[in-house]
Design a protein. Sequence first.
Length: 70
Amino acid sequence: MSNLKKGCIKCGSTDAGQKEVAMTGSGLSKMFDIQHNKFLVVYCKNCGYSEFYNRKSSTAGNVLDLFFGG
């Protein structure tokens, strides 16, 4: 394995944040504004690059590691 420091794939920064967001789907959920699709957004505080992760995924607890290539 490489000894390179892991960071944002765009700028190399290791300063990241995360937020939970909800999005509507299509059809009736869109029509009634039902937001049942929940995601975690991990973003680089330096350049703004962002990745979405499904909140229901078993990897949701490790999203920062995934974001940094872990």
